[in-house]
Design a protein. Structure first.
Length: 251
């Protein structure tokens, strides 16, 4: 099989033997694919510094099975991400590698990932932009959350309402405190998640808790490395701020 210059995004890369690189990519029309880039780490390789995570490319490859051979690269696009935006991009990439099977194309999810990176590149807060990507990912996997009506009695979600979500039973109206494994969420947050726009920080936090509860069962109990790294960054920042306050340093 030969594929010519297919739109794709690099999800991950690692060194292979002396001079080559193993690349995990997400191609719009081909899904998640594994590629061997022979000689990519040689000093004079035309792919030197190109096959980096979160780089958009047009890729060509040949071969069958689990691992293909990269033959050409064109039109690299690098996103200018740092801090939480960069970790948000790594988080989205890791979700795709963990939850999507190889060679299973999902063009709408590819478009959602590119929209996420475009938004992060333009300065959109990661805590907001990631919620819509997670929503789209769950829909693609067949585990999408009903955001406009309850799962038990198909009652329309209304602004100002209170709801409870459990991965096994879906969404229901809140008639008391959350039960084991349930997450409480306001109707405004659900409507905002469906519409692609939140009106308050509280809605953003509620949507984050909802998405985490919905995704967690599909990770098999294995934590995401990107989440652990972000938590370590936040703990380091919090510790640094505490030290500055103790010394009387400006913040």
């Amino acid at each position: 099989m030969r594929v010519e210059l297919a739109p794709a995004l690099i999800l991950h890369r690692r060194a292979w033997r002396d001079t080559s690189v193993l690349v995990e990519a997400f191609a719009r029309e081909h899904g998640r694919i594994g590629l061997l880039a022979k000689g990519a780490r040689r000093p004079k390789s035309r792919w030197q510094g190109v096959l980096e995570p979160l780089t958009g490319l047009a890729l060509s490859w040949t071969g069958r099975g689990e691992l293909h051979t990269l033959t050409d690269v064109d039109a690299p696009r690098r996103y200018r991400l740092s801090g939480h935006a960069l970790m948000g991009g790594f988080y989205a990439s890791e979700l795709i590698m963990r939850l999507l099977a190889r060679d299973d194309p999902h063009p709408p999810l590819y478009d959602s990932l590119i929209a996420l990176l475009d938004g992060l590149d333009a300065g959109a807060p990661a805590i907001v932009a990631l919620r819509f990507f997670e929503r789209d990912l769950l829909d693609v996997l067949g585990y999408g959350i009903s955001l406009e009506a309850t799962s038990d009695d198909d009652t329309a979600v209304v602004a100002g309402g209170r709801y409870l979500y459990h991965p096994d039973t879906g969404l229901r109206q809140a008639r008391g405190a959350p039960g084991p494994g349930e997450v409480q969420i306001a109707g405004d947050a659900l409507r905002g998640l469906a519409a692609g726009r939140f009106d308050s920080r509280a809605d953003v936090r509620a949507a984050r808790d909802l998405m985490q509860a919905a995704i967690a069962p599909h990770l098999g109990g294995r934590p995401l490395k990107s989440v652990a790294t972000l938590q370590a960054m936040q703990q380091f920042a919090a510790g640094t701020d505490t030290q500055r306050t103790a010394r009387g340093d400006p913040t």
